[in-house]
Design a protein around this ligand. Structure first.
Ligand code: TXA
Ligand code: MG
Length: 342
């Protein structure tokens, strides 16, 4: 088993250089971004990229996002950038938006898993950009969790899943957004949202006019399915105990959970309902109206249930507006779309 080094840029001025050196040697490093932590390796080195899949236990047909430090790098990864991709990059980069575009020949098979497209993102986190620049290459990076587990929003989460599996983690503190980037494809006839995230659907519509919604946003996709976002078909974000989402007015959802939860069950709820479930293990993920707080906390809350003995988890969930679409999507995916509407 390899030793995983925790690199602390706050106390070690060389932390980014050390991490970049490991990447140049073909190793995998935990990288902070504004969304979630990533498992980064040289995107142009197929053998380094293969180590990411191994560390995560990731299915081989689920492609990776390539991270760049400068918008002009998009041209080296994509031979003909679609005009709508250029407009989105202009509007939202650096930031939590991944653009799926036709891929250039320099990108190894391991990154795109046989697709003729690549996902590209320019992160806003200064340490992510410093690491990409210091490594001198674009970095392939999926979220830094074991496959199927909730994503990681602190270096401690990354170590929890990846200790002994990767060379190092660069500690950038807790992630500011907390849910992964919005994924939109510009490689089809019309722009299509594949995964809601930190850039909202409303913001995309503001630039593009209409945006199609992939059916993976709303339903569970079977293993046999060929989908435009392969990652959407796998069980995701899941704590060990099964999750049931209760959607509807928060008052009514709380009443439903109170009526159905057994003593010792877990409850994920808005801050306002903290005291409603006395015999349960309660995790609050933010005030009802504070979608940004909910996005920052949702994965930490889902992970925290694994340190408890809960056998079942009930979850409140925000409506699909703004950042709520991304938060609700992560909770519904954690539940395998097991939903009660009240
Ligand atoms: O915020 C984020 O996007 C984080 C940070 C680390 O940047 N990364 C992340 O990566 O969430 P990952 O691998 O956990 O999720 C990437 C998603 C998957 O659902 C994958 O299937 C999809 O993007 N994806 C990647 N390349 C694709 C492609 N060429 N076509 C369609 N979907 C793609
Ligand atoms: Mg992921």
């Amino acid at each position: 088993m390899m030793q995983t080094h925790l690199l602390l840029p706050e106390s070690d001025v060389n932390a980014v250089q050390i991490a970049a050196g490991l990447i140049k040697q073909g190793e995998v490093v935990g990288m902070p971004t504004e969304t979630v932590y990533g498992l980064a390796a040289n995107a142009l080195d197929g053998r380094a990229v293969a180590k990411i899949f191994h560390a995560k236990g990731r299915p081989q047909d689920n492609p990776l996002i390539v991270h760049i430090a400068d918008a002009t790098q998009l041209n080296t990864l994509c031979p003909a950038v679609p005009p709508q991709a250029a407009r989105l990059a202009e509007a939202f980069w650096p930031g939590p938006l991944t653009l799926i575009v036709p891929k250039a020949a320099c990108i190894p098979e391991e990154v795109c898993c046989g697709l003729d497209t690549v996902g590209v993102r320019l992160p806003a986190h200064p340490l992510a950009r410093a690491l990409i620049r210091a490594a001198g290459v674009p970095l392939a990076a999926p979220s830094a969790n074991l496959s199927g587990r909730p994503s990681t929003t602190t270096a401690a989460h990354v170590l929890r899943d990846m200790d002994g599996r990767i060379a190092a983690v660069l500690d950038g503190g807790p992630c500011g957004v907390g849910v992964e980037s919005t994924v939109v494809t510009l490689a089809q006839d019309r722009p299509r949202l594949l995964r809601p995230g930190g850039v909202t659907l409303e913001q995309l519509q503001g630039v593009l006019g209409t945006v199609e919604l992939d059916r993976a946003l709303y339903e569970k996709i079977g293993d046999e399915a060929r989908v435009s976002a392969p990652g959407m078909k796998y069980r995701h974000y899941a704590p060990k105990a099964p999750v049931t989402v209760v959607r509807g007015q928060p008052q009514a959802a709380a009443a439903y959970i109170k009526a159905h939860a057994a003593p010792g069950d877990g409850v994920l709820c808005f801050d306002e309902y903290r005291d409603c479930f006395s015999a349960c293990v309660v995790a609050c993920f933010g005030a009802q109206a504070d979608l940004a707080a909910q996005a920052r906390a949702v994965f930490d809350c889902l992970r925290a249930f694994d340190d408890t003995a809960v056998r079942q988890i009930w979850a409140q969930c925000p409506p699909n507006d703004g950042l709520g679409l991304a938060v609700a999507n992560r909770i519904q995916k954690a539940a395998g779309f097991r939903t009660v509407d009240v």
